[in-house]
Ligand binder design. Sequence first.
Ligand SMILES: Cc1cn([C@H]2C[C@H](O)[C@@H](COP(=O)(O)OP(=O)(O)OP(=O)(O)O)O2)c(=O)[nH]c1=O
Length: 188
Amino acid sequence: MRKLVLASSSPRRKELLAYAKIPFTIMVSEVDEDFDPNKDPKEIAQDLALQKAKAVFNSADLDDAVVIGADTIVTVDNQILGKPKDAEEAKNMLKMLSGREHVVITGVAIVSSANSTIFYEETKVQFWDLTDEEIEDYIKSGEPFDKAGSYGIQNLGSILVKKIDGDYFNVVGLPIARTYRELKKFFP
Ligand SMILES: Cc1cn([C@H]2C[C@H](O)[C@@H](COP(=O)(O)OP(=O)(O)OP(=O)(O)O)O2)c(=O)[nH]c1=O
């Protein structure tokens, strides 16, 4: 049986991939997540996903394995919001997102020795108007810091969200239904 490897340190991705009931192991390789902000966000998310998957694929004797990597970014006003560096940046991001719609893009790369697949999913998310106090309280919870756009829809961040259009799991970090369909092609 071919081995599936998740190239991710994200506990959310581990949980979501487990839903598909395909056994997998986790291996993580350091990838410098710098990107050119002038590039198309869809390309950035897919490029970073591919870099993560390739870094793991090339780091060990994984010739027969299938490696999956993903990257999630938030875009609003043609700006790309990654993970906040500090509370100030988290505050600025949440202020930008308050009362309006933004787009969450997750790029996914599935790499094997014979062939690879790269795709993305996008989900529109609309936030309620947020008061300064709500933003401060949310930052104090610590939740924004390891998340693109400074929020996590799956926990306390759920109370910021008015509406979503698209795959919920894509926002959390892995569009699992589409990913499952693509993965099945590697495990006929
Ligand atoms: C918008 C949003 C993002 N996120 C998370 C998903 C990703 O883990 C993170 C974006 O960072 P990523 O760089 O995509 O992933 P990561 O660094 O956490 O993990 P790895 O690179 O090892 O795979 O933001 C949520 O958990 N909930 C949300 O609602």
